[in-house]
Design a binder for this molecule. Structure first.
Ligand SMILES: [Zn+2]
Length: 313
């Protein structure tokens, strides 16, 4: 699209991304709320956060003194940026397109380091917009009569899509009470004991919260039907190896080392090894490989989707 061209309808699903099966690499459920919407949430006290029954204490005072300034400034900048984009939307024509709410928008608003993070209409994040694009293009598919487990079901457009397409839709989280969505089940990924139940398990920014992610991946593998897929996204420090921590570390240390107080690791691309160890073959869908025009138009970032396949045999 040329600069300045108005966008009112969704463009054709053009992409030069790798199609399924053209993998570049060989290569469920979330312990705390990985929301990037700027809303402050706490989980503390004892909990299944560890999945072991061990008490977990989050020092809210330490937390406050540690990150209040950072969070406040991040939130203020986000609000300010969104307000500017909303005003811009009233005086200019759309030049971007949100795949989540399927509408043209003037721009996306800033959150943190990403200047094109949120949709001013629906607040969809870049990774939600990426997932919608992949579903719209058929690069990812929900089996029509399939069962899908959606961990951390905060992405509304995906909830709608999964509900429409799947015969069984199971939204779940370790803290279901934090969702306005009805029917969210409590689920600790490290205690997931379903066997051969789901066709698809979707977990976006979940695994970095799970104390024993290797157990989590094994449980996901077991919970999938033969031929089923897990769609996994995590924060990545590319070029580095995965660094593990624990909830025994101070919140200050976790924030510093893993980027967020409730993260227990920072993944590198060797996450692929952890996934394959659980039995999967893995395809990496890289948002960078989507053609530049659509990437700009949809405001996509550099997220990667790890498509984890359980053998059909
Ligand atoms: Zn939107």
């Amino acid at each position: 699209m040329d600069a300045g061209e108005t966008v009112n309808e969704k463009p054709a699903c053009a992409s030069n991304s790798r199609r399924r099966g053209e993998a570049e690499a060989r290569t469920s459920i979330k312990p705390i709320i990985p929301k990037d919407d700027g809303v402050r949430r706490y989980a503390f006290g004892n909990s299944a956060l560890t999945g072991t029954g061990a008490p977990v204490t989050v020092d809210i005072y330490q937390l406050d003194s540690m990150i209040t300034a950072k969070r406040v400034s991040k939130g203020l900048i986000r609000r300010g940026s969104k307000a500017i984009v909303l005003i811009k939307g009233k005086i200019t024509s759309p030049t971007k397109f949100c795949t989540a709410c399927e509408a043209g928008v003037a721009d996306f608003y800033r959150y943190g380091d990403n200047a094109m993070w949120g949709c001013p209409r629906c607040n969809a994040s870049p990774r939600e917009r990426l997932m919608r694009h992949l579903l719209d293009c058929g690069m990812l598919q929900v089996p029509a009569q399939g069962a899908i487990l959606h961990i951390a079901p905060s992405e509304r457009s995906l909830v709608r899509r999964f509900r429409q397409q799947a015969a069984e839709f199971v939204p779940a989280d370790l803290y279901p009470q934090t969702y306005s969505l009805e029917g969210v089940q409590r689920l600790d990924l490290m205690e997931l004991d379903d066997i051969n139940r789901f066709d698809v398990i979707y977990a976006s920014h979940v695994m970095e919260h799970v104390p024993d992610d290797k157990l989590g991946f094994r449980n996901i593998y077991r919970a999938l039907k033969a031929g089923g897929e897990a769609w996994v996204m995590v924060p990545l420090a590319e070029g580095k190896k995965t660094e593990d921590g624990s909830f025994e570390m101070s919140v200050r240390e976790r924030e510093k080392r893993f980027g967020q107080w409730d993260h227990v690791r920072m993944y590198g691309m060797d996450i692929v090894d952890r996934i394959t160890e659980a039995g999967f073959t893995v395809q990496v869908i890289n948002a960078d490989s989507i053609d530049e025009k659509n990437r700009r138009l949809f405001g996509l970032a550099d997220d990667k989707v790890f498509v984890c396949r359980k053998s059909a045999a």
